[in-house]
Design a protein around this ligand. Sequence first.
Ligand code: HEC
Ligand code: HEC
Ligand code: HEC
Ligand code: HEC
Length: 138
Amino acid sequence: MRIKVLTLTIILGLVSAGAVGWRASMAQEADYILAHADVFGKLRRPQVGFSHESHAKSLEKSGCGVCHHTPDDATGRLVYVEGEETGCKECHELQEEAGIPALREAFHGNCTTCHRNQIKSGNLESGPTTCGGCHRRS
Ligand code: HEC
Ligand code: HEC
Ligand code: HEC
Ligand code: HEC
């Protein structure tokens, strides 16, 4: 009996430790260096620095869904599901597939398009729109 209780305690301990580990691994970094050589192979352009923290702050009103999305099971439409944010490469691959843009186009379509729109709408605070503005040789 005591052994059983002990085993159960250990199992529950492991499960909750695992859950904590999983939650921690889901947390976003404050600053990312985007350099997905695992997808692109040898990078043709320098890596891209991306501050998650300052974007999340300045885009607080628009919400996380301006960048993170997942296809809705029923409709196939892109929706934002809180707590299910993942890296873009989980769905966007080297080449376009089944209507899902390639990873490079996913990044450019998201990052560059928003920076352009910010400038168009007269927002003084925007990000780079030129290749070298994002792909910086350090
Ligand atoms: C607003 C930022 C931004 C701008 C502007 C931008 N890129 Fe990118 N680009 C990215 C990001 C982010 C990635 C993904 C990098 C990664 O994860 O490795 C990327 C990926 C790429 C890749 C695939 C990875 C590689 O290095 O082989 C190429 C090629 C590329 N960009 C070329 C360009 C060119 C050419 C321009 C200008 C016409 C440009 N980019 C403008 C952000 C930008
Ligand atoms: C301007 C775009 C943008 C906004 C806004 C944004 N994120 Fe992100 N987020 C990213 C990018 C890009 C990555 C890194 C993706 C990669 O490595 O491919 C990321 C990574 C993450 C990760 C880590 C995912 C993983 O599996 O590594 C989490 C969690 C996350 N974001 C949550 C959030 C939450 C919560 C918000 C809103 C408060 C938010 N993000 C707002 C673009 C954004
Ligand atoms: C869970 C899967 C999934 C993840 C993760 C994902 N995407 Fe997508 N994304 C899709 C699918 C599916 C489409 C095509 C939807 C359509 O056109 O019907 C798409 C389309 C897009 C498009 C073109 C349509 C549009 O909304 O402008 C861009 C840009 C894009 N994704 C950027 C990103 C970025 C940036 C990330 C990471 C921060 C990301 N995606 C993460 C599944 C995903
Ligand atoms: C929905 C709009 C939006 C998206 C998407 C977005 N940005 Fe930005 N970006 C901004 C705004 C607004 C600023 C200026 C305010 C600030 O610095 O947060 C900015 C500033 C920047 C800057 C200059 C300031 C700094 O943080 O160094 C860089 C570099 C940058 N963005 C890169 C990126 C990259 C790379 C992506 C895609 C992974 C991206 N941005 C996606 C809106 C966006």
